[in-house]
Design a protein around this ligand. Structure first.
Ligand code: SIN
Length: 529
């Protein structure tokens, strides 16, 4: 057990776009401890293909981007938040360019803008089809070069330490030494990303286990709209290449969805066909699969020239080739899967939670921007805007420094090594299957109750494990995904209507006044382990 307390001005947990940009912005004003549970570049940002939506073209307007976001958001967007996020877009694009991101441009030096579902204009800035990777690399390089940012890889936050509704930092498992350390700072920032791994099939990377949401909930922060889970319509259906997204940008360039008989089906579901909002396309595919018994539908872009496809989508082209599919010649087998969580830790437009000193930025946060269904490519925009806004707010907050060591030593109790670690991976698998089977694209009250009962039993088991055995990253993540699963189910049962990404067939005809679902767990008076 370590006696040392690591102290800094800003503790940042997570290293995607939001965590890195925040760190870079505050680094001139203080020291930053940036902890990340795997390698620095292992993040959801890395996988983002489509791009980042912003109004940068003279043919586009803020009003149109605002209207698209609100229309797709199914009545749950907070209009003032949408307006503020959208208007900040061009400045945040400027920030990314300052760190070296080179968005694709045409031969006249103008941005080559993509189109995606729900957008009424071309406004998606991208770097071919590897936008996230380029953004992550540019920001990570800058953070690595910055003397006041101390990066700790393989460090996993276990719990926040909160007393009297004020956060003092976190307990962090150093997976190199296996010690739980204390990290103290006047400002703690959750930038831990989403929770796609709570479901068996997802576009998300392994790191997306809802850690920030679970930690904030345990600490007493308000959590909101967790039932609103976005399913991306088109993931590659392949036996060995898992979780690979086929970007919506393909449909923006004219790719068509085809059923098992080779005919288009989207015109039967929505006037915008393949470019309808994402929830509608995902449900339409789900319906086609159920109707026909097929295990995938097809996405076809082979009618474009091979040169265009290879140049615009090099990453997708290459990965599909590895899967034995030449997308310049043949259609791609695709299925819908969990992609993004609109809900999360309730925050202001500055990323402030309702715990003093605690911020949440990026996918972990719920600001009200995305409403019930996120408009494509609005997530990187929100991450960048929140990182910027939170940095301004946190710099002010940070003047309230913390006297002495406030976080008590970690108490490992009588934990021992578990004899059968395999149980942890079994429980992981059980949760993820329950979620995909009973809390998926089409829900019902009966299915939700079944899921609740099963997850409830598993949670009891996990809690026993947690107190009896030495904690490991797998056990911490397991506890987190169980909490996130419970929150999704609880809030799904609270929403007795169909709205945006939440579709419950028992309430097909219900449409209530749009309200957020919010749960707050009473905070533990002396921190919680
Ligand atoms: C995609 O490229 O299809 C994903 C973009 C997004 O989720 O916003």
């Amino acid at each position: 057990m370590s006696e040392k307390v690591y102290e800094s001005d800003f503790l940042v947990i997570g290293s995607g776009l939001a965590g890195l940009l925040f760190s870079l912005k505050v680094a001139k004003r203080g020291t930053v401890d940036l902890i990340t549970k795997r390698r620095l570049r292992d993040s959801s940002t890395w996988r983002a293909q489509g791009g980042i939506a912003a109004v940068v073209s003279p043919e586009d307007t803020f009003e149109s981007h605002i209207a698209d976001t609100i229309r797709v958001g199914g009545g749950l967007c907070h209009p003032e938040v949408v307006e503020s996020m959208v208007r900040a877009g061009p400045d945040r694009i400027g920030d990314l360019e300052k760190y070296g991101v080179e968005f694709s441009k045409n031969s006249n030096g103008e941005y080559e803008l993509g189109l995606e579902g729900g957008h009424s204009n071309r406004r998606v800035l991208h770097v071919k089809d590897h936008t996230g990777k380029d953004i992550e690399n540019a920001l990570a390089n800058a953070a690595e070069d910055c003397e006041t940012i101390n990066i700790s890889e393989n460090h996993m936050a276990v719990n926040l330490y909160v007393k009297n509704n004020r956060v003092y930092g976190a307990y962090v498992l150093d997976n190199n030494t296996k010690e739980v350390e204390r990290y103290q700072a006047p400002v703690t920032v959750l930038a831990t990303g989403g929770a796609g791994r709570v479901f068996l099939y997802t576009s998300n990377s392994d790191v997306a286990t809802g850690d920030g949401i679970a930690m904030a909930y345990r600490a007493g922060a308000s959590i909101m709209n967790m039932e609103l889970v976005q399913f991306h319509p088109t993931l590659l259906h392949h036996s060995t290449i898992r979780s690979f997204l086929i970007s919506e940008a393909l449909r923006g360039e004219g790719a068509l969805l085809l059923g098992s008989d080779g005919t288009r089906f989207m015109p039967n579901y929505h006037p915008d066909a393949e470019l309808a909002p994402r929830d509608i396309v995902a449900r339409a595919i789900d319906n086609e699969l159920k109707k026909t018994g097929a295990d995938h539908v097809w996405l076809d872009i082979s009618f474009k020239t091979a040169e265009f496809v290879r140049n615009r989508f090099p990453n997708i082209h290459e990965t599909c080739l590895q899967a034995g599919i030449d997308i310049t010649k043949e259609p791609i087998p695709v299925v819908p899967a969990t992609h993004y969580i609109m809900g999360g830790v309730k925050t202001s437009i500055n990323g402030q939670t309702d715990i003093e000193g605690l911020y949440a930025i990026g996918e972990v946060a719920c600001t009200g921007f995305h409403g019930a269904n996120r408009l494509a490519s609005n997530s990187l925009l929100e991450a960048a805007v929140l990182a910027h806004n939170a940095s301004l707010s946190a710099i002010k907050q940070n003047s309230k420094s913390i006297p002495g060591a406030q976080i008590p030593q970690w108490d490992p109790g009588h934990a021992t090594d578990p004899d059968e670690l395999v149980v942890i991976s079994h429980l992981w698998d059980e949760i993820r299957r329950i979620m995909v089977n009973y809390v998926g694209i089409v829900r019902s009250q009966k299915r939700l109750i079944r899921a609740r009962n099963r997850i409830g039993l598993i949670t009891k088991e996990i809690n026993r494990f947690y107190w009896d055995f030495i904690i490991t990253p797998d056990l911490i993540e397991l506890r987190n995904i169980a909490i996130v699963a419970e929150l999704i189910i609880k809030m799904a049962r609270m929403r007795k209507e169909c709205r945006g990404a939440h579709y419950n067939k028992d309430y097909r005809r219900e449409w209530h006044q749009a309200v957020d679902t919010i749960l707050r767990k009473g905070y533990a008076p002396i921190g919680i382990q």
